[in-house]
Write a protein that binds this ligand. Sequence first.
Ligand code: AMP
Length: 583
Amino acid sequence: MSVPETLRFSELALSAPVLKAIEKVGYEQPSPIQAASIPHLLNGKDLLGVAQTGTGKTAAFALPLLSNIVIEQKSPQILVLTPTRELAIQVAEAFKTYASQLKGFHVLPIYGGQDMGSQLRQLKRGAQVIVGTPGRIMDHLRRKSLNLNELNSIVLDEADEMLRMGFIDDVEWILEHTPEQRQVALFSATMPKPIKKVADNYLKNPQEVRITRESSTGSNIEQCYLTVNGFERKLEAITRILEGEGFDAMIIFVRTKTSTVELAEKLEARGYAAAPLNGDMNQQLRERTISRLKKKQLDIIVATDVAARGIDVERVSHVLNFDIPYDSEAYVHRIGRTGRAGRSGKAILFVAPREKRLLHSIERATGKKIVHMDLPSGKEVSNKRIERFLQQLDDTLNTQKLDFFYDLLAEYSNDCNRSAEEIACALAYLLQKDRPLEVEDAGQSKVSKNKKAKDKKDKPDRTPKDTDGKDIALDNYRIEIGREHQVKPGDIVKAISQEAGLERQYIGHIKLHDNYSIVELPTGMPREILQHLKQIQISDQALNISRLSKKAPAGNKGDKRRKPATKAAKKTSKPRKRKANKS
Ligand code: AMP
């Protein structure tokens, strides 16, 4: 099932507030299940949808049903039954998003394990949409705390899961207790016999919508997947892949227009030549973006399915599915952007744990196994960075005129009695301090070790710890910059960590006053570093740092002083006056 390239939500007769909400979330085009289901559900028809999570099935029923609700009426008009509380919460959240422009809208998730009293109060207050697990909904129907007399539509979401979990009798019971004239939509990833029976018994002339279809992929494309969930984690994963994989050009697929821009910006900030490509851009701008990819002015395009249709750029070595496509056809189309002109290509798919079923259905439809991949390890990424770093040195030594620096550093070496290696190390450190060559694997870094220890406690504890998890002895320092200078604690942390080479977690509390601030820093900061910090500026204001009193480690009084974890503490060349960037 494919969606015509030109089909837009605006052509689907959805209500104006719902259309506005979709525009706000940034959906560009209806997914196949949406294009097929929305018109039927809008017309009040019953529907049998064969589709799994990840296909956009929630919006496929939520958008049309929301378009038909009477907002002034506070009694339940839509009931969605889900197998789990997680899904109930998720579906309720989706309803909230799609109803963001409907004033007076209420959706209520109802599931077992939740406090009954608060559920009863909320039910009394009224909600147009109820999303719940069958057991708890039955409870409320029996107690008469839930009244479904005004119900217009009922949705059975993930019906096969409800069957698997033994809820199907409850579902039938609930169906029996809803008004005769209600509309029923049944969504299921598979259609086992008992589900078919429910459909036969309770759906009237249902429209059937399926989204699975045979599709084929080229054999010159290596296909793999990675289990990863959430924007931030995916971003971390992508950064590793970009560094560890070695690619020529890449197309990254996301679901929304807003994500194309957001992700392209994040990648640009990490130094990649990346640009978005989406349906909001006019044809000319889209063509210009693709032509920049061809001319190597860009290496990464972050695109939606609509915008990337038909891109034919030979140098695209990788396709990365940041968001899983809705179905196998979209998948085949996406990965076909690589492996052009007989070249080989690689397609990587990010799959959230709850999207595994969609992954398997893509595999079934394409008849190809998508193999599991591991993220490049910290060691692999380190090796690549070191390789690039040495290559840069080589290139510079081979191509640049370095006489000025040669004289300057020879003189410095002589004056300060420093060897060439020592000076080279300091320079290398300065060059790479914001981008260390050594990359640790997740869970091994000092930061994550400390974070784990921190997470264990209920109360957040901002006391810096050393690598053994022990509190670090701290001193109070005064800096001559405060609220008046429009700084935030983050600016101070950034400046100090960059200039003193002090890892952020070793910086303690910061208290802003009007024209000065107090910062906690590890005891025993070398004098050179303090000297250096005195001179740095934030917002054109010198820090002029000075030590106040000694602060004993929390709960660790009398403990031996611990060395601060300064990377630059060992040897520091004479500091020059420098401005720190304010973020
Ligand atoms: P679902 O299959 O309902 O769990 O939806 C999977 C994901 O697709 C959710 O994160 C939705 O926000 C997203 N989504 C649904 N419809 C669209 C659309 N038309 N365009 C972009 N993203 C969508």
